[in-house]
Each structure stands twice: as structure tokens, then as C-alpha cells.
Design a binder for this molecule. Structure first.
Ligand SMILES: *[C@@H]1O[C@H](CO)[C@@H](O)[C@H](O)[C@H]1NC(C)=O
Ligand SMILES: *[C@@H]1O[C@H](CO)[C@@H](O)[C@H](O)[C@H]1NC(C)=O
Ligand SMILES: *[C@@H]1O[C@H](CO)[C@@H](O)[C@H](O)[C@H]1NC(C)=O
Ligand SMILES: *[C@@H]1O[C@H](CO)[C@@H](O)[C@H](O)[C@H]1NC(C)=O
Ligand SMILES: *[C@@H]1O[C@H](CO)[C@@H](O)[C@H](O)[C@H]1NC(C)=O
Ligand SMILES: *[C@@H]1O[C@H](CO)[C@@H](O)[C@H](O)[C@H]1NC(C)=O
Ligand SMILES: *[C@@H]1O[C@H](CO)[C@@H](O)[C@H](O)[C@H]1NC(C)=O
Ligand SMILES: *[C@@H]1O[C@H](CO)[C@@H](O)[C@H](O)[C@H]1NC(C)=O
Length: 561
């Protein structure tokens, strides 16, 4: 061998290469420096457990490398042209020093390399999770294991994603590392003990590792039921708005402990009522007598108690009369509204389904038909509202209030108007045959009936109004217009067509009696068509008509002569 002729050079400083457990590791020669010129051969060896060197590979310049290793490297090593050593399936057993030796003429260079193998933890498990945490008491949150790592993994605890640091009191973290005697891999165990506070009710705990290699790992989150004893109770009155007589009211005793207590005492009117598996007590159909102070307490600790005041409001309305009543016109009716309430109230009155509003209750000293209707009063107190009503019917036998006559617009007929009052609705009849009957609506006990008549002679017309309570008859004198104008021979200032015709007759009479007869004939014909008028006072022209009638008398006498 040429070794003895060469000068051995040991490069100072030890390179370290880090390999990933289970992978293939490249161990460079001379830190990856260039292969020297005139290299005779290169060789890799390693420090055996006994401290002696063991050969791995050798490579003559320009030739293939040759494995000269024995177990455990025989089948796992190879060498590249650049002199790098490759070791497959590295384990912690490969953490040792490997030395590259390069031989040129006269010089032997040795480059030792330290190999370190890293392994991220296999998995991260959070075990022994407790169920409940009692506030103020140190309790084990769980044990977190980072399995089979190298170097041993560091475990970090988080509460709501914020790092928990051990403080020796509220937060205690106990860590231990167990090394597998076969693989040499380390399993780190960390136990977190934690003293819960009230604000930890929804806290989420996790543990995690951030290894030198691999991705950071985080355990699945764990949560706890935080328990704490009751410190306060309160008494709630469950009701919507005002409590009113007849309501059901539920009292609820609320304790701030967790889990919530399941037994309570309610103090209802001097009685102690024990409630189990519920925090509520319901009083049914309360009355004004239930107004007062109520208490509840924890059954197990009666000194923890709370109280609440209950006020039961009431509003009773009595209206007299109620329902329906029938009275006679002219009678009186007393209306009485009696209100019983726990506070101030307002009353409003309406008639006939709010059509008529009234500012106070109705007073009926002298009932009229118009008073008939449905009267409703509404009494309100805050959100409470009561209504009461009665239906009033004022009845009476009919009375004819007005019987009148009017001249028709064309002067050819007469309109008779009969206005009757009574209830139930009076039927109206006439003693003559009329035409174009017009009947008004029946309002406030009044009805108006109109007929058009064309009487052939003076007559008294009777209007009869009747209902089941009685009847009323009234007459009116109606005279024929024909009689009044038949003899008129004088010139009148009136412009009516009848008067003009009369003037014509007078002129004709002066000329020839034959013509008088003719003119008379015309008048008879005209009266048959309905031209007539009465001798009574009529709208507007009563005086003139009286005069006209007198003159007609005179003229008719002259004509007869
Ligand atoms: C040496 O050669 C191998 C195979 O060609 C290559 O994978 C490796 O990166 C090289 N190493 C250096 C330090 O050049
Ligand atoms: C563990 O923590 C120590 C100190 O912070 C650190 O030096 C070490 O590299 C960590 N180990 C791993 C495996 O991350
Ligand atoms: C009160 O409770 C009873 C029985 O549970 C029920 O019949 C009644 O309607 C309730 N009254 C009210 C005002 O809710
Ligand atoms: C209930 O009313 C009484 C008397 O008015 C009063 O002394 C007490 O403080 C009230 N209680 C509550 C809980 O309001
Ligand atoms: C009632 O009213 C009617 C009609 O207005 C009247 O005739 C009558 O005298 C009144 N009666 C009383 C008692 O006031
Ligand atoms: C009304 O007319 C009918 C026939 O049109 C007649 O029979 C009856 O007598 C008349 N009644 C009166 C009151 O004139
Ligand atoms: C109607 O005329 C008669 C006589 O024909 C008379 O007795 C009566 O008083 C008159 N009635 C009216 C209301 O004028
Ligand atoms: C009709 O009555 C008037 C007075 O109202 C009288 O002058 C006339 O003679 C009467 N006619 C008949 C036909 O009765």
C-alpha cells in the first residue's frame, strides 16, 4: 500500500450532517469540495461502537466504487463520483462519525463528518381528559404524548390558542421523556394541571409540538364543564307586561352555580313549597289578593334567597243596562257604568259601531227614535281594555208629524207629503189613488211618503200611518184647480198659461156667445188632463190666488148673464 509514503492531513473542525430518520443520507466528502487532481483513490470509514475504525467503501480513480463494509452497512451504502457517501434507511444507530479519506501522491486527507438523525414525533395524543373542572381547584386537564421523536419533542400547552406557561400555582406542567431502548426514539409526556377560573367556562385546551423537522402538530381540542357553587340567587317573575287577574304567573328561581341546583324552596303566602328538578313554580288564576312579596331560596342552602314583588292589576267593568232593551219614546233611561280598577282608567263611548263618538255617557231624559242604536263603552287602563255595550230600541205608535201638499212643477198635478214617526217602521197608506210613490229611507224613526195625485174634484185626502203599536190618521183638504179658473174673464198680471187662456176666453165672449161655448169646451178638455189647484194656502202665491178666485166668481156671474 501507498499509505506509508503519504503525509496524513486531518482537517480541523467536524462537519455535522443531519439526516431524516428512515431516509437516505448524503454524507459529503470535504464539505462537498472539488475532487482533487491526480486523486489516486478515496475511501469511507466509520467509528465503530468499539471505537475502532470500520471500512465502508473504496474507489480507485476512474473506477467504480467498491463496498468493503460489513453489517450493518453492507447493503446500505453507496458512493458517488464526487466522493459523497450515501447511507440508506438511516436510524439513530447511524449517529456516529464517518470519515472520508482522499489520497493523492504523497498526501492523505481525512475529512470526518458527524451524522445526526432527526425524527419528528409520530403522533400527538391527548389522553386522560377529565370531565369537569371546579373553579378554584387544581385539576388535571390531561396528558399529552409526542411519540417516538429525536431529539425529544417539546410539548406546549394552549388555552384558547394562547400558550399556557407553568407558574407553579394555577398552571403546573409536568414533563417526562421515555426513550425506547430498542430504537432510541424519545416519547415526551406532558401533564397539564390547571386551576379553572369563572371565565374558563368555554375554554378550549390543546397541546402541540413544533419539532426541528416536520410540520407543527396540534392535538384535537378538549373542553370541560366548569363547575362552581351557587353564590347568588334571583327570583324572576315570568310574565309579559302587566299581571292581570286571571293570569297564570310563573316564578323562577335562578341560581348562578354550575351545575344549576335542582331543588328550590318557594315562599308563597307564608307557605314553603319545595320544588325538585325544576327551578319554577306557577301560580294559576291569580287575583288582586296575590299582590305581595314572594321569596325563593336554595333548598340545600336556604340562606341563599331572593325576593320579588308581584302586583296584580284588575279592571272590572259593569254596564247597566246590558244586552238589548226596548223602551217607549218619551220615556227616560238611566245608564250606569261601574268600574273597579287598580289604577287610573279612561272611558270612551261610541254609538253604532264607532260611527258616532261621544265624550261622555249618554243621558236619556226623553227617548226619541234617534236614540235607538248600539252603545258601547271602552274602559282602558294601560294595556288593559274592557268593552261593554247595550242595544237600545225606542219604539212607539206612529205619529204624523207633517201632512203637506205642493203644486207639481208643471202645475198639472199635486204632490202630497206625509211624514210619519214611529217604531217599528210605520206603513203609510193614502185614501186616494196616487201615482209615482216615493218613500224615504227609515231613519231615526222617521219616514216620508210622497204621492202625486190629479184629483177631479175637491176632496179630503187621508194619510194613515200604522205599525203593530197603533195607527194615526190625518186628513188634508185638496181642491180642484179646474173650478177656480173655469170662469176667469179678467186680465190678470199673472203670466201662467192658464191665465192667458182665460184672457182669450173673455175676448171671445165679447164677440160671440158661440165662441164662449167653444172656449168652455177647451177648458173642460184641459181639466181632464189634470189641471187643478186647491183653495188652501200654497207656496208663495196664496194672496194672489185668493184674489184670482174672487174675480173668477164675479166674471162667471157676468158670463152667465
Ligand atoms: C454528488 O453527486 C451526487 C450524485 O451525482 C449528487 O446527488 C450530489 O448532490 C453531489 N454532492 C455534492 C456535494 O456535489
Ligand atoms: C425544545 O426547546 C428547547 C428550548 O427552547 C430548544 O432548544 C430545543 O431545540 C427544542 N427541541 C425541539 C425538538 O424542538
Ligand atoms: C292558566 O293555566 C291553566 C291550566 O294550565 C290554563 O287552562 C289557563 O288557560 C291558563 N290561563 C291563562 C290566562 O293563560
Ligand atoms: C317589595 O315591596 C316592599 C314594600 O313596598 C319593599 O320593602 C321591598 O323592598 C320590595 N321588594 C323588592 C324585591 O322589590
Ligand atoms: C219629550 O219630547 C217630546 C218631543 O220633543 C215632547 O213633545 C215631550 O213633551 C217631551 N217630554 C218630556 C217629558 O219632556
Ligand atoms: C183606485 O183605482 C182603482 C182602479 O184603478 C179603483 O178601483 C179604486 O176605486 C180607486 N180607489 C180610489 C180610492 O179612488
Ligand atoms: C176641510 O173641509 C171641511 C169642509 O169641507 C172642513 O170642515 C174642514 O175643516 C177642512 N179641513 C181643513 C183641514 O181645512
Ligand atoms: C172647491 O172649494 C172651493 C173653496 O176651497 C169652493 O170655492 C168651490 O166651490 C169648491 N168646488 C166644488 C166643486 O165643490
Amino acid at each position: 500500500m501507498h499509505f506509508s509514503l503519504s503525509f496524513l492531513s486531518l482537517v480541523s473542525g467536524l462537519d455535522t450532517v443531519i439526516g431524516i430518520y428512515g431516509g437516505t443520507l448524503e454524507v459529503p466528502c470535504n464539505s462537498g469540495g472539488a475532487v482533487p487532481e491526480h486523486l489516486l483513490f478515496s475511501k469511507w470509514k466509520y467509528d465503530t461502537d468499539q471505537g475502532l475504525p470500520g471500512d465502508l467503501m473504496v474507489k480507485q480513480n476512474g473506477q467504480e466504487a467498491t463496498v468493503i463494509a460489513k453489517d450493518p452497512y453492507k447493503n446500505r451504502v453507496s458512493m458517488a463520483d464526487n466522493s459523497s457517501l450515501f447511507i440508506a434507511e438511516v436510524t439513530l444507530d447511524d449517529q456516529r462519525t464517518f470519515t472520508c479519506m482522499e489520497v493523492v501522491v504523497g498526501i492523505i486527507n481525512e475529512y470526518p463528518v458527524n451524522v445526526v438523525i432527526h425524527k419528528a414525533p409520530e403522533n400527538l395524543e391527548l389522553l386522560d381528559k377529565g370531565e369537569e373542572l371546579e373553579i378554584g381547584k387544581l385539576a388535571k386537564i390531561g396528558q399529552c404524548n409526542a411519540v417516538d421523536a429525536n431529539p425529544a419533542a417539546n410539548i406546549t400547552w394552549y388555552k384558547d390558542n394562547k400558550i399556557l406557561s407553568a407558574d407553579g400555582k394555577g398552571v403546573i406542567i409536568e414533563t417526562s421523556v421515555l426513550v425506547d431502548p430498542v430504537t432510541g426514539l424519545s416519547t415526551t409526556s406532558s401533564v397539564l394541571k390547571y386551576t379553572a377560573k369563572k371565565e374558563d367556562v368555554n375554554a378550549v385546551f390543546t397541546c402541540g409540538t413544533m419539532h426541528l423537522v416536520g410540520q407543527p402538530q396540534v392535538s384535537s381540542p378538549v373542553t370541560f364543564t366548569i363547575t362552581y357553587p351557587t353564590e347568588h340567587v334571583s327570583l324572576q317573575v315570568l310574565s309579559e307586561g302587566l299581571l292581570v287577574e286571571g293570569d297564570n304567573v310563573t316564578l323562577r328561581c335562578v341560581a348562578d352555580g354550575n351545575p344549576a341546583p335542582t331543588m328550590f324552596n318557594f315562599y308563597i303566602k307564608g307557605e314553603i313549597i319545595n320544588v325538585v328538578d325544576s327551578d319554577s313554580y306557577t301560580m294559576k288564576d291569580i287575583t288582586r289578593d296575590d299582590t305581595g312579596e314572594y321569596k325563593c331560596s336554595l333548598a340545600e342552602k336556604p340562606s341563599l334567597e331572593a325576593s320579588a314583588n308581584i302586583t296584580v292589576s284588575y279592571l272590572n267593568v259593569e254596564l247597566s243596562p246590558s244586552a238589548q232593551l226596548v223602551k217607549k219614546a218619551g220615556e227616560s233611561l238611566a245608564v250606569a257604568l261601574n268600574v273597579e280598577s287598580s289604577g287610573e282608567y279612561k272611558v270612551s263611548w261610541t254609538k253604532d259601531n264607532s260611527v258616532v263618538k261621544m265624550d261622555k255617557e249618554p243621558v236619556f231624559n226623553n227617548l226619541t227614535y234617534g236614540d235607538s242604536g248600539r252603545y258601547e263603552c271602552q274602559v282602558t287602563m294601560g294595556p288593559l281594555r274592557h268593552t261593554a255595550s247595550f242595544q237600545l230600541i225606542v219604539e212607539g205608535a206612529p205619529v204624523i208629524r207633517q201632512l203637506a201638499k205642493r203644486r207639481g212643477e208643471d202645475g198639472q198635478h199635486k204632490v202630497l207629503i206625509c211624514e210619519a214617526e214611529g217604531y217599528p217602521k210605520p206603513a203609510v197608506t193614502w185614501s186616494v189613488n196616487g201615482t209615482s210613490i216615493d218613500e224615504s229611507p227609515f231613519v231615526n224613526g222617521k219616514i216620508t211618503h210622497k204621492i202625486t195625485v190629479v184629483p177631479a174634484a175637491n176632496l179630503t185626502v187621508y194619510c194613515t200611518a200604522f205599525n203593530e203599536l197603533g195607527q194615526y190618521v190625518q186628513g188634508i183638504n185638496v181642491s180642484s184647480l179646474f173650478v177656480e179658473v173655469r170662469m176667469d174673464k179678467q186680465d190678470q198680471s199673472e203670466e201662467g198659461s192658464q191665465t192667458k187662456l182665460v184672457v182669450g176666453v173673455v175676448v171671445g165672449l165679447l164677440l160671440a156667445t158661440v165662441i164662449i161655448g167653444l172656449a168652455y169646451g177647451i177648458y173642460v178638455k184641459k181639466s181632464k188632463q189634470g189641471s187643478w189647484k186647491t183653495g188652501e194656502l200654497e207656496n208663495g202665491s196664496s194672496e194672489e190666488e185668493k184674489k184670482l178666485e174672487e174675480k173668477v166668481e164675479e166674471n162667471s156671474q157676468k158670463a152667465d148673464m
